[in-house]
Design a protein around this ligand. Structure first.
Ligand code: SAH
Length: 234
């Protein structure tokens, strides 16, 4: 394999491409957590207006569009043609200008070193063979002081129970096989990779599920879904 891509993963996401923008479809969990991650990016960056932002593994553009609506100049990459088609037409309908490209982040890094103020790479690392290679490419793409936001899923029994048995088998929220437990990433592993890529971890925050309220919230609990913010020091 010459590229850091799992074709089965690309196929899997291509199959649900028609549902990217259905808030009650198979991408429902992404729609639920999206406002939280956008709030977090806003919290961590004074403003992203007019900032150059790259969204890696953008899918149908759920996050890319929210960032563009905040005034960021967004480039977004993915490898699934059908998802990129959906993303392009949805942005057009909403009058948003987002530069969608089919390209690996490793290739993109060769063309645009030290180019971006902010990079988001959400819910992607647990779907690729070599997450460190993605993080290294993001590090290369960042300007000095630029910020990288990585979100993924912790690897423990609770995450397995909630996301694989709960969301895939019981609630049938997402298709069976959406997640591969072995690819879940512990925060300590992610921090090590971030350091290996020459970045510093600035902050880690959980996206916690509150059963009683049936709501997700940002909080200190990083047992399951979490976001790590890393910075490229000058
Ligand atoms: N980041 C989006 C979508 C997450 S789903 C969001 O959180 O809303 C994961 C996405 O990663 C899919 O669109 C899939 O096609 C894409 N993907 C998988 N492997 C990839 C790779 N190696 N490079 C770029 N995108 C990839």
């Amino acid at each position: 394999m010459s590229q850091n891509v799992d074709i089965n993963e690309i196929d899997k996401f291509s199959q649900l491409a028609s549902e990217w923008w259905d808030p009650n479809g198979k991408c429902k969990p992404l729609h639920i957590i999206n406002p939280l991650r956008v709030d977090y990016v806003k919290q961590q960056c004074a403003s992203i207006e007019n900032q150059l932002v790259l969204d890696v593994g953008c899918g149908g553009g759920i996050l890319s569009e929210s960032l563009a609506k905040l005034g960021a100049k967004v480039t977004a990459i993915d490898l699934a043609d059908v998802s990129l088609d959906v993303a392009r037409s949805h942005a057009k309908l909403g009058g948003l200008s987002i530069d969608y490209k089919k390209q690996t982040v490793e290739e993109h890094a060769k063309q645009y070193p030290a180019h971006y103020d902010v990079i988001t790479c959400m819910e992607l690392l647990e779907h690729v063979p070599d997450p460190l290679s993605i993080i290294r490419a993001c590090a290369k793409l960042l300007k000095p002081n630029g910020k990288l936001f990585l979100s993924t899923i912790n690897r423990n029994h609770k995450a397995k129970l909630l996301l694989i048995y709960g969301a895939e088998y019981i609630a049938r929220l997402v298709p069976k096989g959406t997640h591969d437990f072995n690819r879940f990433i512990r925060p300590s592993e992610l921090m090590t990779w971030v350091e290996q890529a020459g970045l510093s971890t600035g902050d880690v925050i959980g996206m916690e599920y509150h059963l009683l309220k049936n709501q997700f919230k940002l909080g200190a609990n990083i047992d399951v879904n979490y976001i790590l913010m890393a910075q490229k020091m000058d």
